[in-house]
Design a protein around this ligand. Structure first.
Ligand SMILES: C[S@@+](CC[C@H](N)C(=O)[O-])C[C@H]1O[C@@H](n2cnc3c(N)ncnc32)[C@H](O)[C@@H]1O
Length: 161
């Protein structure tokens, strides 16, 4: 199992526990997060969780090396989403599956966070709705991108948390 943009590895550890006969690999751009992920996995005795530093857009994953890929909010920041998802698709075995969650209305969520912090932290001057965060907010865009990247049978299900 491959976890894209794993951050501190919570979902990687969760997947590793379920895939106890195999392994879960988390990849992220940010080494300090991976250090935390490795530390926590060791502390929780999750021995089949591994963490790699890399850019999922271009990382040389083993071809067909994973049964499944997941991501929790780690796939909206790609410069070229089609190329990035095609690279992730090559890492999956034939029939492998990709599942991810991403923000639907990030500006609303981010604004709520800054409103809660307003007493301590000024909101950024720039528009918080950066292109990266909203890149996959539209389900039609998700289906289009994944289709162009070679995925079939794509579904996008809007959820409210
Ligand atoms: C919003 S955080 C989510 C972290 C984690 N999935 C979680 O749910 O806690 C997004 C993560 O994606 C990572 N990321 C963004 N673009 C990436 C890329 N091209 N390759 C690998 N990781 C990436 C960031 O470094 C960051 O840790």
């Amino acid at each position: 199992m491959l976890d894209i943009g794993c951050g501190t590895g919570q979902t990687t550890r969760s997947a590793a526990r379920r895939a106890y006969r195999g392994r879960a690999v988390g990849i992220d751009l940010f080494e300090p997060m991976l250090g935390r992920a490795r530390h926590t996995a060791a502390a929780e005795s999750v021995g089949n969780a591994e963490f790699e530093l890399g850019d999922a857009q271009v990382h040389p994953f083993p071809s067909g090396g994973f049964d499944a890929a997941i991501s929790r909010a780690g796939v909206m920041f790609f410069a070229d989403s089609v190329a990035a998802f095609a690279n992730i698709g090559r890492a999956l075995r034939p029939g492998g599956r990709l599942a991810f969650v991403c923000h639907r209305d990030p500006s609303e969520e981010v604004e709520a966070v800054f409103a809660a912090l307003a007493e301590y932290l000024p909101a950024p001057d720039s528009d918080v709705s950066t292109p990266g965060v909203v890149d996959l907010a539209d389900p039609d865009r998700i289906r289009t991108v994944l289709g162009q990247a070679g995925f079939v049978e794509t579904t996008a299900t809007p959820r409210r948390s």
